[in-house]
Design a binder for this molecule. Structure first.
Ligand code: SF4
Ligand code: SF4
Length: 103
């Protein structure tokens, strides 16, 4: 009789708990930016803020998002969510970036 492996659950983990399971090697420079800040200032959807699972993008008082790139999971969601194609998205330089401890 074989024993079925148990499925790990993250249902009760907070965002902070989940982010704790990833490691980020900070290359020192942000790999994220906006192309034209004035477009963000007039943007009413803030889709970059809404789709980011790691709260990297946060609404700024002037309408231009603040970017905590150190938390980025490199999922690319913000890049494709912005209807104005106003996101600068590159992989972190010098081999930096995210490492997933749980594979
Ligand atoms: S969705 Fe695009 S235009 Fe709107 S705030 Fe985010 S980056 Fe700027
Ligand atoms: S790539 Fe993903 S985790 Fe990184 S800022 Fe964009 S939406 Fe957030």
């Amino acid at each position: 009789m074989s024993t079925q492996p148990t499925t790990p659950t993250i249902d009760n983990d907070s965002l902070e708990d989940r982010l704790y399971t990833v490691k980020y090697d900070d290359p020192g420079d942000s790999h994220l930016d906006v192309k034209v800040p004035e477009i963000c200032a007039d943007c009413e959807t803030n889709d970059c803020v809404r789709v980011c699972p790691a709260e990297v993008w946060r609404e700024g008082e002037d309408g231009v998002p603040r970017i905590a790139y150190e938390n980025c999971l490199e999922c690319s969601s913000c890049r494709f969510a912005c209807e104005y194609d106003n996101v600068v998205w590159e992989y972190p330089e010098r081999g930096g970036g995210v490492t997933f401890k749980r594979g």
